[in-house]
Design a protein around this ligand. Structure first.
Ligand code: ATR
Length: 289
């Protein structure tokens, strides 16, 4: 039940009907008994700027931004957090007290928090990390890894040029004593990339329901390497299954969705929410229906 004083948030995207965010934030609003609402906002790209700029007038506390608006949102916000600037996209917006749109990106921290929760003894900064894919998701994952202290990152992508552009724009970031290096590989050279790796992350859409399979051989990957797939539909991707069968520890991708949502919820509604097993089951149940 919401009152006339309810705080308002939502998610803007196109299409929006498959978004899990309303169910996720709705669960927390209920759990923490907050007078607030989080709604799906189906906004066609042609209308995005008008709808986005209207948020302060409508009294929103903020919104999440999803496909395909994340890059345009970065251009339109009046203020931007440095991480969102580096990732080149905004997924979380807060309307400030003076009515400005302030842009953040919580995908990088959501990715790292998911690894931390799923495999608490994992230390991202002690060995090389391999990232498959060089799209928008890869950008956020790589920023998260570099922030967490990874200095040797191997980037494998179908389109080499795209990976090289991404590597050039993100390499050199320094979280610890050494600047990070990003080396680009083709899929045909994947054995070389996997050799000695400490972490393998799939950020491509391969293996997702309705997409082609991710067909890679893990023989060269050390058995102690952590394997993560940011694809969460299906939850147990073929990559995670093959990794587990050969003895590698794995973390699935659902937690990244849950953890990226925490910072926005806290900024809009004033409570830092928990990511629990009950929440995971609640979201998985919604995905089945
Ligand atoms: P997102 O924002 O979700 O990362 P994206 O920017 O479209 O989406 O990136 C998709 C990633 O999946 C890219 O790395 C893409 O490789 P290319 O850069 O070569 O396009 C990768 N990908 C998608 N379909 C693929 C396929 N059939 N084979 C190999 N890689 C694929």
């Amino acid at each position: 039940m919401i009152s006339g004083k309810a705080r308002l948030a939502g998610v803007m995207g196109w299409p929006i009907q498959h978004s899990q965010s309303p169910r996720l934030h709705g669960y927390w609003l209920d759990r923490y008994e907050i007078d607030g609402a989080y709604v799906p906002l189906s906004v066609h790209p042609e209308n995005f700027e008008t709808a986005f700029r209207a948020l302060p007038t409508l009294g929103f506390a903020g919104v999440n931004i999803t496909v395909p608006h994340k890059e345009l949102a970065l251009k339109l916000v009046e203020r931007v957090d440095p991480t969102a600037q580096r990732i080149g996209a905004v997924n979380t917006v807060v309307i400030t007290d003076d009515g400005d749109l302030m842009g953040y990106n919580t995908d990088a921290i959501g990715f790292i928090e998911n690894l931390r929760q799923g495999y608490p003894t994992f230390k991202p900064d002690v060995g090389p990390a391999v990232v498959l894919g060089a799209g928008g998701a890869a950008r956020a994952v790589i920023c998260g890894l570099l922030d967490a202290g990874v200095v040797d990152l191997k980037l494998v992508n179908r389109t080499r040029e795209r990976a090289e552009t991404l590597a050039e724009s993100l390499a050199g970031f320094q979280a610890g004593p050494l600047p990070s290096a990003i080396t680009v590989f083709d899929f045909s050279e994947i054995d070389e990339a996997l050799d000695g790796a400490h972490l393998l992350v799939n950020t491509t859409s391969l293996g997702m329901d309705g997409k082609p399979p991710l067909d890679i051989c893990l023989d060269a990957l050390p058995k102690a390497a952590l394997v993560n797939d940011i694809v969460y539909a299906p939850l147990q991707t073929d990559l995670l299954k093959s990794a587990r069968e050969r003895g590698n520890p794995t973390v699935d991708g659902l937690g990244m969705l849950l953890h990226q949502a925490c910072a926005g919820f806290e900024k809009w509604f004033g409570v830092l929410p928990d990511v629990t097993d009950e929440l995971r089951h609640h979201i998985l149940k919604g995905m089945d229906g």
